[in-house]
Design a protein around this ligand. Structure first.
Ligand code: ZN
Ligand code: FE
Ligand code: FE
Ligand code: ZN
Length: 274
């Protein structure tokens, strides 16, 4: 089954120090899968020393952009290649991110929360801290930050919106505070007009589940929040991975369209399969 009109908007390059393959390799992988559109979204520079080992340095931005542009232009007949970025949302860095976004005509910018305070909760090296954390409270703090990321108005796509579950730590699904935090996050996304990312990456992580959870997909569908798809590929072999499973999930909740982006303007496309 091929879902030709669905773009994969989340993939990385070796500049972030934890991905492999050239932009051309990612594009070639997409063409082999009969995709007609991808977007590159490497981890952006961030100010100060924020998480510097896991992202490109400011000095690599020019080569990042020119590599994408060259591949885009070389493959123009075969594949649409969008120029994107995965920026972190981290309170206090908004001005830096805003300036970075203003400095280039991006097709879209994904906003992702990978830190609660100075705790890199999705970093395998920071796993120990989970032992000292109340899981319900961690979920609440996480969803509050994702909501803030939407309210910042900086982002076109809200990335992997329940990444907090990556290692399989589960909040109590009936906890009223967690449920309220989840709802507040979705209301913020709705107000912002951003798309919510459905990501297959969670299937490759200990949690072995799509981001976000079905309950969030269902509620987002009720609210008519648009979705975009991302594999979060860190190697060319991961491009388009489990797109079918993500689209089946969306369709099971009555969703019939998927978001596409050009120059930061969103267009919805009908989900159809051949
Ligand atoms: Zn990454
Ligand atoms: Fe991320
Ligand atoms: Fe990513
Ligand atoms: Zn990611």
């Amino acid at each position: 089954m091929h879902y030709l009109p669905v773009p994969d908007y989340h993939m990385h390059t070796p500049r972030c120090n934890h991905a492999k393959g050239s932009v051309r390799d990612y594009a070639d992988a997409a063409i082999k899968l009969d995709l007609n559109e991808i977007g590159i979204s490497d981890h952006s520079p961030m100010p100060g020393g924020f998480d510097k080992d896991w992202r490109m340095h400011q000095s690599e931005m020019a080569s990042y952009l020119s590599e994408i542009e060259q591949t885009r232009d070389a493959l123009a007949e075969q594949l649409v290649v969008r120029v994107g970025l995965e920026a972190d949302f981290h309170p206090g860095t908004e001005d830096y991110v805003s300036n970075m976004i203003a400095s280039y005509p991006w097709d879209y910018v994904i906003g992702s929360v990978h830190y609660i305070g100075d705790w890199g909760f999705d970093n395998p090296d920071c796993m120990d801290e989970w032992k000292d954390r109340d899981i319900n409270k961690a979920y609440c703090a996480y969803f509050e930050l994702v909501g803030q990321s939407a309210r910042s108005g900086l982002f076109d796509i809200i990335g992997h919106p329940d990444l907090i579950k990556k290692f399989g730590h589960r909040a109590d699904p009936d906890n009223a505070l967690v449920k309220a935090a989840e709802e507040a996050m979705l209301q913020a996304v709705l107000q912002s007009g951003a798309a919510l990312e459905i990501s297959s990456a969670g299937l490759r992580k200990p949690v072995k589940e799509i981001y976000p959870h079905n309950r969030i997909v269902q509620r987002a569908a009720e609210l008519h929040i648009p979705f975009s798809f991302g594999s979060d590929a860190h190697s060319p072999a991961e491009v388009g991975r489990d797109m079918d499973a993500c689209l089946a999930t969306l369709q099971s909740f009555g969703i019939t369209e998927i978001a596409s982006f050009e120059q930061r303007s969103m267009t919805m496309r009908a989900l159809s399969h051949a």
